[in-house]
Design a protein around this ligand. Structure first.
Ligand SMILES: *Cc1c(COP(=O)(O)O)cnc(C)c1O
Length: 351
């Protein structure tokens, strides 16, 4: 490592991600309450959906969560700084012998997703695990007809789980998956059961079982209207203006001169680009907010910069902070990205 690390971490930033930790805690408690007799866990994969394990995991823990889901083995180390490895499930499971050995050493709980994984896990020493049954998503999980396999029957299954494909819609698929899950519950010995993600929590109590697995809604996502009035925004990206310009009619802005000023105007260049997760799909209707005003995006979004019209915000100058509109249901409509993508694309340069 270079000797610059010490001051890099203290370097002034022009992007910051404000996390409303009170809203995060309240969202977990709300989802736990909505899970009724089931207990809510928390999906913390992908660095808590991009919002930061170091910021979010202690808050979730303090709110009362005690079981957490990551996707990768590489995500265990950081999370283990806050919780016991035995409180962590690794959703991708042990794909290779090396991963199964790692699981044995680190103590996180593998989610077994196939007969192959069951064998790899047993050969590495076996022990407590969780079992993902595929009830129709056809992504990860043991198929119903394979549950009778001796390798599956020999597992020490703590949580038997499945994952809903369409919980954010009123789809007949939900009831079909629930029915298949009930069949699976009768086919494998297990201590507890888990089916619902965020959206699954509000489609009916029969989806709750013992443990729910919210992710998106913890972080302010609203996958179904039932959650609209109870889930609060958690992530607030804030971005610095780094220069202002006066344009005269006929001047153009940005790459490929896509925007042409039809009148004299004042514009601000802002430190936010597609490398920070502000993708070009925002362009058409996009705006940033300053002092309660919406400032329209002009021209193409660059890697590190975007230009906004600040004619109506004469006070705005370099060094001022603007808000990125990140109320997720609205931002998803405007950007054409999903609420999940909006959270997880936020780049490394946000501090
Ligand atoms: C990501 C994930 C979740 C959380 O889903 P949300 O829709 O974000 O609430 C739950 N279970 C599994 C298996 C997942 O992969």
């Amino acid at each position: 490592m270079s000797s610059s690390v010490g001051y890099d971490s203290a370097a002034p930033r022009t992007l910051r991600l404000r996390i409303d930790t009170a809203a995060l805690a309240e969202n977990w408690r709300t989802l736990d309450r909505l899970s009724r007799s089931a207990k809510a866990g928390a999906a913390i994969k992908a660095d808590c959906y991009g919002l930061g394990v170091a910021t979010c995991l202690p808050v979730l823990l303090n709110a009362g969560a005690d079981h957490f889901f990551v996707a990768h083995w590489s995500e265990v180390a950081e999370a283990s700084g806050y919780v016991e490895p035995s409180q962590l499930s690794v959703l991708h499971g042990p794909v290779t012998e090396e991963q199964a050995r790692f699981a044995q050493i680190c103590g996180a709980v593998p989610v077994i997703n196939s007969i192959e994984q069951a064998k790899i896990w047993r050969e590495a020493g076996g022990g407590r695990c969780q079992l993902m049954v595929d009830t129709g998503i056809n992504r990860l999980g043991v198929r119903l007809q394979d549950l009778a396999d001796p390798a599956i029957q020999a597992l020490d299954v703590d949580v038997l789980m499945s994952h809903l494909a369409c919980a954010d819609e009123d789809s007949p698929m939900n009831a079909r998956q629930l029915h298949a899950f009930k069949t699976a519950l009768g086919a494998v010995r297990h201590k507890s059961a888990s089916l619902a993600n965020s959206a699954g929590i509000v489609i009916g109590p029969e989806y709750h079982r013992d443990l729910t697995r919210p992710g998106l809604a913890l972080y302010g996502g609203i996958p179904r209207p039932e959650l609209a009035d109870v889930i609060r925004q958690v992530a607030f990206p804030e971005v610095m203006a780094i220069q202002t310009h006066e344009l005269t009619a006929g001047d153009t802005v940005g790459y490929n001169a896509e925007f042409t000023a039809v009148r004299d105007m004042r514009v601000a260049t802002v430190s936010l680009g597609y490398a920070d997760g502000f993708l070009r799909s925002w362009n058409d209707e996009g705006w940033l907010e300053f002092g309660g005003q919406k400032l329209a995006l002009l021209g193409k979004i660059s890697m590190d910069m975007v230009v906004v019209d600040c004619t109506e915000a004469p006070d705005l100058s370099a060094g001022d902070w603007l808000n990125v509109p990140y109320f997720l249901p609205d931002a998803a409509q405007q950007s054409t990205l999903s609420q999940y993508e909006l959270l997880t694309v936020l780049g490394q340069r946000f501090g």
